[in-house]
Design a protein around this ligand. Structure first.
Ligand SMILES: [Zn+2]
Length: 268
């Protein structure tokens, strides 16, 4: 499936990973450069995540509109982070937006959309976006019906990447949109969730048996690459947990413990 590997340098790209199932992939997947997607069946469309800035969200929604000739009836946010949600206000006003209960609260109180701290340099310019919160919230599970197809929205059961994660599983096409529970080829980020929870979520994701996995950041995965990247996440989470345990045992500060880690295979 190397034709689906679009992760060269350059522009974002809309990839039809299965008939009616699109992934929007933004190289190089680093800070604020997320993936999004959509499922389109008959006359019904579900969008999965938006993008960080007005320009990027418009680019995604215009490419999707050109490819499908459709206005999204429904949309879902995989989690609260701005790279996946700040573009929500660019969705049509009639689109019903879905999110996990804790995700909605997280975006409601998110301060970064109102003024990005100079932690990132250059500071991103969101453009003309407004905070737009989900209309419908889910605690654990919700099934969206698009014509005769199902899209299953599921919460991993506890904190993982964040406290309000949702995945979108398209069982008929065996496509799994994981949000930021998976970073392919990039360092996983768990600073607003739980490392043990993120580790447990990897087994939970593998249990769906996806043929195509659309991660929150990085290239779309198929075939053996899915298991390979999930194994990398397992090893990386264990490395972080071990580093924490070692640091506590030696009475080190978190920063000193982090500095002492031998990154091994993850050094790059
Ligand atoms: Zn995230």
């Amino acid at each position: 499936m190397s034709d689906m590997t679009v992760f060269a340098k350059g522009q974002a790209e809309l990839v039809e990973v299965r008939p009616g199932v699109h992934a929007w992939v933004q190289p190089d997947g680093s800070w604020w450069l997320n993936n999004a997607g959509a499922v389109t069946i008959g006359t019904a469309q579900l969008v999965i995540d938006t993008c960080a800035t007005a320009t990027r969200a418009r680019r995604f929604l215009e490419a999707l509109g050109e490819a499908t000739g459709m206005m999204p009836k429904l949309a879902v946010n995989t989690h609260q982070h701005g790279d996946h949600t700040y573009g929500n206000s660019l969705l049509p006003g009639t689109t019903v937006l879905i999110g996990q209960e804790k995700m909605r609260e997280g975006l409601r109180v998110d301060p970064i959309i109102d003024g990005c701290p100079p932690f990132w340099s250059p500071v991103p310019d969101w453009g003309d976006v407004e905070r737009r919160l989900p209309d419908v919230t889910v605690d654990d599970a919700l099934t969206v019906h698009l014509g005769d197809r199902r899209v299953e929205l599921r919460h991993p059961g506890g904190p993982a990447h964040t406290t309000g994660d949702l995945i979108a599983w398209v069982p008929h096409e065996r496509v799994l949109f994981t949000g930021d529970l998976v970073f392919s080829g990039l360092t996983p980020l768990v600073f607003m969730g739980s490392v043990p929870g993120a580790l447990a979520a990897i087994d939970w994701l593998a249990g769906f048996g996806p043929e195509v996995l659309v991660p929150g950041h990085g290239p779309v995965l198929t075939g053996d690459d899915i298991g390979r990247v999930l194994d990398e996440h397992r090893r990386y989470c264990r490395l972080v947990l071990q580093a924490g345990a070692d640091g506590i045992a030696r009475g080190r500060s978190a920063l000193d413990a982090a500095r002492a880690v031998d990154l091994g295979e993850f050094a790059s």
